[in-house]
Design a protein. Structure first.
Length: 364
């Protein structure tokens, strides 16, 4: 497949690995921020092929994984108790809330629909004027333009029975949060290429200057990840700290200005609770007052407090890179994709799911 096979070439992968081996001279810890990059590392066996001096630390770049329990509980409550048509991307359905998942709520009779675009939810609202339709708007900056656009479309069409339950989180604040952690031993980052496709690279320059760490905007195919690692290692070995763009075939310095304009028409930056972690200042998007009738939290005036995570789940430590999935006592035991204790075991971008399916650590 053109534009994909070129980035999966085994011979080129060997060359990159050899160059990394010849460049590295001391131990370095590199965090790949995005769960898609984690899956690429584990699925393609890159983790095991890297020199022993390179330690890859898996970051919190899985928006499904960091969606707080109370928002999942709120979505379930809306679907079961408010006669709402709840729409969502498929990733969210099996993520456990405090008592059940959206999939279990659907089995109980809730009208929950899996969609590929929030604009489909606007059409459902238009076709069902007697029902409230809520789209569970989860994601990093990558999905924010489409979710914002759905609000704009509903507003322009005068559709008032549509709203979004927003749980957007932002990448630069979580990198800063990780670096501020006293236990952090991270020397460099692979930034999420798809986020930078929207937002550009400029948000990373202050982080590089403040923490003196290289940040390389990186794609998701095996060669992307290997080249990104090589670029970070080259900087570290020279004691450099710069923003570099490995994903230049997609990412532009300024990002997608039109997409950014759509985001900031509908959303404003706010503090956000990250599941398994804490409230991180100015790390999420909320719907502006101008579009309050499309904000499900305000429309339905539901107060659901945050509850404690399952005590057996160490997802917070895993998403901050403090521990690896296989260091959890319940990994592959009580916690499996069919019965997840936490979101990283069920999300397609979750580190636990990557290790469960691809590492060979769990017998099928």
């Amino acid at each position: 497949m053109k534009y994909m096979n070129e980035y999966r070439d085994p011979e080129l992968a060997k060359r990159f690995l050899e160059e990394i081996k010849n460049t590295v001279s001391r131990p370095w810890s590199i965090m790949e921020v995005c769960g898609g990059q984690t899956h690429s590392l584990v699925k393609n066996g890159i983790i095991d092929m890297l020199p022993k001096e390179i330690t890859m630390i898996h970051g919190p770049g899985c928006p499904v994984c960091v969606t707080p329990l109370y928002l999942i509980d709120k979505a379930i409550y809306l679907a079961l108790n408010r006669d709402v048509i709840l729409c969502s991307f498929g990733d969210m359905l099996r993520v456990p809330g405090s008592e059940k998942s959206l999939l279990e709520a659907k089995a109980e009779g809730a009208d929950i629909r899996i969609l590929y675009s929030p604009l489909e939810a606007v059409k459902i609202a238009e076709d069902n004027p007697d029902k409230e339709v809520v789209f569970f708007a989860v994601g990093f900056e990558t999905t924010a333009p489409a979710n914002a656009l759905s609000v704009i479309h509903a507003h322009r069409k005068g559709i008032k029975n549509y709203s979004i339950l927003a749980s957007h989180v932002l990448v630069p604040p979580i990198i800063e949060n990780v670096m501020e952690d006293v236990d952090s031993e991270i020397h460099g980052f692979l930034a999420a290429g798809h986020v930078c496709t929207i937002m550009g690279n400029f948000e990373y320059y202050p982080l590089v200057e403040k923490y003196n760490v290289p940040i390389v905007v990186t794609g998701f195919e095996p060669l992307d990840v290997l080249q990104g690692i090589l670029m970070v290692v080259r900087q570290l070995e020279k004691s450099n700290a710069e923003v570099e763009n490995q994903y230049a075939r997609i990412v532009r310095e300024e990002g997608n200005i039109n997409a950014q304009n759509i985001i900031f028409e509908v959303f404003e930056v706010t503090d956000r609770l990250w599941r398994g972690m804490e409230i991180i200042p100015m790390s999420g998007y909320s719907v502006k007052e101008k579009y309050a009738i499309y904000d499900a939290t305000k429309k339905f005036n539901i107060t659901i407090t945050e509850v404690k995570e399952n005590e057996a789940c160490i997802a917070g430590e895993i998403m901050k890179g403090i521990k690896k999935p296989f260091e959890c006592p319940e990994f592959g035991q009580k916690c499996k994709p069919t019965n997840p204790l936490g979101a990283p075991m069920v999300s397609t971008e979750g580190a636990c799911a990557a290790y469960y399916h691809y590492s060979g650590l769990v017998e099928s």
